[in-house]
Ligand binder design. Structure first.
Ligand code: GRG
Length: 295
């Protein structure tokens, strides 16, 4: 196992351990709701947003115990978004993380409530962090609220994405949609590592640029994988973007140009790290990993 693989495995374990402790147990009433929450959270995600927080935090020497609650909180918001995105009124998907989606396994009302609860819990998890100072927690909570909502965050991006379905791709600002829908939360995850690691203003700006490019790269590679990879490997229904007439990078630019764009965005993310001194090895490896990812 190389250094990055060891790091990714460690973040998954640390995040899952925290989530296991922070989420209500399956025997706590209402049992159906807590079973649904745990079903979706522990269905086997890559924990990429926690990885961003841990990797950036590590670059600035942050202690893991200062990072783990924020990492768990961002994963709660992400899982909430996946549960709601899969609902019949949105993407109407049966498969997520290789398992039946929350509304398929349980029912639609329970899936809506599971997402709602996860969203609110995330903010409480940061507010109750015993290791972070109140001012830092407020900054993290305000940033997470903006990144996950509207007009500059994930919910705004989801609305724009729904509005763009079936519309002539040439008339759609695809980069803007995905910078909000997928990018904003990944950007938050990176920025949070810099906040907790007490990065300087210059370092924080470099990390913001890096995280923003990684968020975009993550979505471009996601769109390309939707075309190239099997449902089995992805753990979700492959090829869905084309059938649902979604606004995607390959749909907008063609596959060859989307590949070229991914390479350009990868290089921009690496270039952003030029402004950082030491500790950028892991961040460079992470960027390469997103560029070459297979799921
Ligand atoms: C419903 C409020 C609301 C928002 C939904 C992020 C999002 C907005 C929906 C997810 C749908 C989707 C497939 C987006 C494309 C990129 C993406 C975020 C993929 C899923 O994230 P991964 O690959 O998933 O990190 P895992 O399962 O590994 O956590």
């Amino acid at each position: 196992m190389n250094d990055l693989e060891t790091f990714l495995k460690h973040v998954i374990e640390a995040t899952d351990d925290a989530l296991g402790r922070l989420l209500p147990g399956e025997t706590v009433e209402p049992v159906r709701l807590h079973k649904a929450i745990r079903w979706s959270v522990f269905a086997g995600g890559k924990r990429f947003r926690p990885v961003m927080t841990f990797a950036v935090g590590a670059a600035f020497g942050a202690d893991e115990k200062h990072l783990v609650r924020t990492a768990a909180a961002v994963e709660m918001i992400h899982t909430f978004s996946l549960i709601h995105d899969d609902l019949p009124s949105m993407d109407d998907d049966d498969l997520r993380r290789g398992k039946p989606t929350c509304h398929k396994k349980f029912d639609e009302a329970t899936a809506i409530l599971a997402g709602d609860a996860l969203q609110s819990m995330a903010f409480g998890v940061i507010a109750d962090d015993e290791y972070l100072e109140p001012e830092m927690k407020l900054r993290l909570i305000a940033n997470l609220a903006a990144a996950s909502s509207s007009p500059r965050g994930m919910v705004a991006g989801q609305q724009l994405d729904l509005d763009a379905e079936g519309v002539d791709p040439r008339t759609v600002d695809i980069e803007h949609i995905h910078r909000l829908k997928t990018g904003a939360l990944i950007e938050f995850a990176g920025d949070a590592g810099a906040i907790i690691g007490r990065a300087s203003a210059g370092e924080s700006a470099a990390i913001h640029e890096y995280s923003s490019q990684i968020g975009l790269l993550f979505q471009i590679t996601d769109d390309l994988l939707d075309i190239r990879q099997s449902s089995e490997v992805l753990g979700k229904t492959a090829g869905k973007d084309v059938t649902a007439k979604k606004a995607t990078f390959p749909g907008h630019y063609g596959i060859k140009e989307a590949d070229r764009l991914a390479s350009e965005v990868h290089d921009r993310a690496i270039a952003a790290l030029d402004h950082l001194g030491s500790g950028r090895g892991l961040l460079t490896a992470l960027c390469d990993h997103v560029f070459r990812r297979i799921n």
